[in-house]
Design a protein around this ligand. Structure first.
Ligand code: ADP
Ligand code: ZN
Length: 210
């Protein structure tokens, strides 16, 4: 197994890209740290109880908490799979945790989207609480308004997708996560794609780069 890391701001579309590619290729496994954490919150686990407040305010959860979950997922990977790691690492300390697992990183792809575009993207974002599919009211609408194409559940707006929290998440991204661009560039692992091309072309560009 090996790992492809997706880097990008909240709303950059990295989750949509990873989900699309994984749906089309059984060897690609989408691992979203946000989905793992939201799953823990929904299940009311100890980790979920700890994570909830950080997530709702747009802050990062403590490194330990998410690192434990990701290490478990990596340890349980079997066979010839490529993990599309979406949302982890999000700071240099987490990148070091990932390195220590010894799992080979094939590449790190930065999905580049200007901050101005992000607010609009997130304002229109809708999420399936059941199967985690992501939509956008304009850019990627479901066939029936408000209903998940994949599983029929009613779509929701994530609690942290309100304009104030989005601003805070972008600040956190620039401060904590963006330094990873240089971190991975120095290791010769970084690739960049233009994340402003629409879901289909973004996914194609990502696949070509990864
Ligand atoms: P987005 O990429 O749109 O910000 P995610 O679903 O990746 O959304 O993350 C949602 C929230 O989950 C983050 O704002 C943060 O609170 C928490 N989170 C996700 N991944 C991590 C991580 N690697 N480290 C710390 N917190 C994380
Ligand atoms: Zn669904």
């Amino acid at each position: 197994m090996d790992i492809v890391v997706l880097l990008g701001a909240p709303g950059s579309g990295k989750g949509t890209i990873a989900a699309k590619l994984a749906a089309a290729d059984p060897k690609l496994k989408h691992v979203s740290s946000g989905d793992l954490l939201r799953g823990a919150v929904a299940a009311g686990t100890e980790a979920g109880l700890q994570a909830k407040g950080y997530m709702e305010s747009g802050n990062l959860v403590p490194n330990e908490l998410i690192a434990t979950m990701i290490k478990d997922v990596i340890a349980s990977a079997e066979g010839d799979v490529t993990m599309l790691l979406d949302g982890f690492p999000r700071n240099v300390a987490q990148a070091e945790v990932l390195e220590k697992t010894g799992a080979p990183i094939r590449s790190v792809v930065l999905v580049d989207v200007p901050d101005e575009v992000i607010a609009d993207r997130i304002a229109g974002r809708r999420t399936c609480p059941k199967c985690k599919a992501g939509y956008h009211v304009k850019a990627l609408p479901p066939k029936v308004e408000g209903i998940c194409d994949a599983c029929g559940a009613e779509l929701v707006i994530r609690k942290d997708d309100n304009p104030e929290t989005v601003k805070d998440r972008l600040v956190v991204y620039h401060r904590e996560t963006e330094p990873l661009v240089e971190f991975y560039e120095a290791k010769g692992l970084l690739k960049r794609i233009d994340g402003n091309q629409g879901p289909e072309k973004n996914a194609a560009a990502f696949k070509a780069a990864m």
